[in-house]
Design a protein around this ligand. Structure first.
Ligand code: AMP
Length: 681
């Protein structure tokens, strides 16, 4: 059967002479043309999406590092994700939503949950272990139009910021796509974050609306989203005009004056058969903000454009993931992270695929749930962070053989280093390529990857691959900016311009964009803040962060954010948080707290009380994800003469490793203080 999306790319690329009709080009050719013939390369890729108005200029690099892609072109992300597929795949599933948190038993206990489903649409099937909701492209088109209509009727329009604080439910996807449809800028906040994080983002984005739910479920535990939003609104200086609540029937709540009930509003839009025309946006118009941790306490609003984002993701689905229209893609991530944005929502839809959206944990109701989902939904491509796999690896292995996973073509992993034993274990059980790849919130799509479509470079264990087309990536000497030879450790950097789809700036803070990312050498190199090394074949190996950012289960957390939360404790003089290696989650934060009065921890009882208070302060401020795995009470922390805390030395001490160069240490007694505090524990 003819397939316009799959055929379109093959034909268009071959017309341009880049590829032969019968033969796939080598990746080396593609990479070479993307760097040496940049504009020509991206002009070709731009044909993968629909432009209401064709771009006038492919790249404006007159003001680097601020690159502008597809200048003058007008498009709409939502149109490309949804409307464009209606002629050919209206009845194909756009999303398959699965929740292992909601099952038959839960529905019997809470009939309000089933009522809520019928208020929000249909096509729901309840099973003993999970609930499934299917949504065709046609259904998605309708729902997104209703949602966009609700937003517009409540005053949200082009350029307005909307915070989405929701669990993994379809309404979150409608909300994102509806914002894109009307040109509103969404900012999704990870559901594991607490009220304080929400307030910071409300203030920085000056959000007009917050979209949330009554509650979420995690491992059967109810998470009171609505209450957290209420607290966030209370703490924020820039308060939203409205809070739109999708009531899932899980937790009753008292509506506030600014609240709007989504089910009621949806009914109005549905009865009116509301259709909202997509707003055509110049390619460089911001599509969304996603806040991420850096070295300072305030998160950065990574700003993504519209046209470059659509082109980059569509291209990646072909060249990197080898995904085809009609196939099923499952990125096991939360929409609060970049992976969820790019590969649960936008990219699969842009490519006309079916995307699986999963609310639940890897090992509940049992450690076979992922594979049951793969079998039942014929998932073709999987993508997740190694932590989830490591969790499964600890369980009974027979769960790995109970389901037919032969639909799988490949399994991609990213977000943190992929250790050999996890990769081997997956390979043994699934028998498909296990592909590590590397990217960041800022890039929005892979910087380094292996590419099953081309396969002209060997996959090497321990390496996330080689630079992807468009990324002029290399390892440089941190101080001189000179390129390192193979085998020489340095900083992973990308020469400007960054390719389409990468962050275009930090929201309302061009200076921070430069100081955070382009302060090296001649100002032309993007710093990933990761150390790396290459081998003779040009494969890259990631060696860890250069800054005080730690990676817990694939999620980036600035240690300074945790320190700030701890410092709110009235008895705290100062503190240092470092990440230590953890078998399961990669890294975990531990805190070294210096009290105003050290005698406070003279008794075990008091120490326990303080420890609980400190952990409580972190969880309250940042959410459970930042919970310190241990709290120690040294009398001092090691510092340099200029007063900087030597976190690297503390980390080494905590991991029982050599501390390295200590020539800048000002207070040698602090070394023993750190060691003693861990003994006291
Ligand atoms: P985030 O922006 O939260 O996705 O975090 C990006 C950071 O995660 C990178 O800067 C790396 O430190 C780390 N990271 C991402 N992918 C990989 C990978 N494949 N191998 C090693 N580290 C990775």
């Amino acid at each position: 059967m003819s397939d316009p999306i799959n055929n379109q790319v093959a034909t268009e690329l071959s017309e341009n002479g880049q590829t032969q009709a019968t033969q796939t080009p080598s990746f080396a050719d593609i990479y070479h043309s993307s760097i040496n013939d940049r504009e020509q390369f991206w002009a070709e890729q731009a044909k993968r999406i629909y432009w209401h108005k064709e771009p006038e200029q492919i790249l404006d690099d007159s003001n680097l590092p601020f690159a502008k892609w597809f200048v003058g072109g007008e498009t709409n992300l939502c149109y490309n994700c949804v409307d464009r597929h209606l002629p050919d795949r209206a009845e194909q599933d756009a999303f398959i939503w699965l929740s292992s948190e909601i099952n038959q038993e839960l529905i019997e206990t809470f009939p309000t949950v089933a009522d809520a489903f019928s208020n929000l649409g249909n096509n729901v099937e309840f099973y003993t272990d999970y609930t499934k909701r299917r949504l065709t492209y046609n259904d998605l088109y309708k729902e997104v139009n209703y949602f966009a209509d609700v937003l517009q009727r409540h005053g949200v329009g082009e350029g307005d910021r909307v915070i989405i604080y929701m669990p993994m439910i379809l309404e979150a996807a409608y909300a994102m796509l509806a914002c894109a449809r009307i040109g509103a800028i969404h900012s999704v906040v990870f559901g594991g974050f607490a009220a304080h994080n929400l307030a910071i983002r409300m203030d920085d984005a000056e959000a007009k609306m917050v979209i949330t739910v009554d509650a979420g479920l995690r491992g059967g535990k109810v998470i009171n989203y609505k209450n957290l939003v209420n607290q966030g609104v209370e703490q924020a200086t820039a308060k939203p005009e409205h809070v739109l609540v999708v009531d899932r029937g899980i937790l009753p709540f008292a509506a506030q004056a600014i609240d709007i009930d989504y089910a009621t509003e949806r009914r109005i839009s549905c009865e009116a058969n509301a259709i909202v025309e997509p707003v055509w946006l110049e390619s460089n118009t911001p599509s969304y903000l996603l806040y991420t941790s850096g070295t300072t306490g305030t998160p950065k609003g990574v700003q993504r454009d519209t046209g470059g984002h659509a082109v980059a993701l569509t291209t990646s689905m072909d060249y990197i993931y080898n995904g085809k229209a009609g196939e099923t893609f499952w990125a096991i991530s939360d929409i609060g992270w970049a992976v969820g944005h790019s590969y649960t929502i936008y990219a699969p839809l842009l490519a006309g695929m079916t995307s699986v959206m999963y609310e639940g944990l890897p090992h509940r109701p049992n450690p076979g749930i992922w594979w049951r989902i793969v079998e039942a939904n014929k998932v073709n491509i999987l993508f997740t962070a190694p932590t989830g796999v490591r969790m499964l690896k600890k369980q009974d292995e027979t769960w790995m053989t109970r389901y037919d996973v032969s639909s799988l073509k490949s399994f991609f992993l990213a977000g943190e280093p992929l250790d050999q034993s996890t990769a081997d274990w997956l390979k043994k059980h699934l028998g498909v390529p296990i592909l590590d790849h590397y990217w960041q919130t800022e890039s929005g799509w892979p910087i380094l990857s292996n590419t099953p479509k081309f396969d002209d470079k060997p996959h090497k264990q321990g390496s996330p691959g080689y630079p992807m087309y468009g990324y002029d990536a290399h390892v440089i000497n941190e101080k001189t900016g000179e390129r390192c030879a193979a085998g020489e450790k340095g900083l992973l950097a990308i020469t400007a311009p960054l390719p389409p789809g990468c962050l275009t700036t930090v929201w309302r803070n061009d200076e921070r964009f430069i100081s955070s990312y382009f302060s090296l050498a001649d100002g032309n190199e993007y710093s990933t803040s990761d150390y790396a090394v290459t081998d003779e074949d040009g494969c890259f190996y990631i060696l860890g962060r250069t800054d005080d950012v730690i990676n817990v289960a694939g999620h980036r957390i600035g240690t300074q954010e945790i320190e700030e939360a701890i410092s709110t404790h009235p008895e705290m003089a100062e503190c240092a948080v470092v990440g230590i290696h953890d078998e399961l989650k990669g890294e975990l934060p531990i805190a070294f707290c210096v009290l105003r009065d050290h005698t406070q921890v003279a008794t075990t009882e008091n120490r326990f009380r303080l420890e609980q208070q400190i952990i409580g302060a972190v969880v309250k401020s940042l959410g459970g994800i930042a919970r310190p795995a241990a709290v120690y009470f040294p009398q001092s922390v090691p510092k340099t003469r200029s007063g900087k805390i030597l976190r690297r030395a503390i980390r080494a001490l905590a991991e029982n490793k050599p501390t390295g160069d200590m020539s800048t240490l000002d207070n040698p007694a602090a070394i023993d203080a750190i060691k003693q505090s861990m003994k006291d524990y």
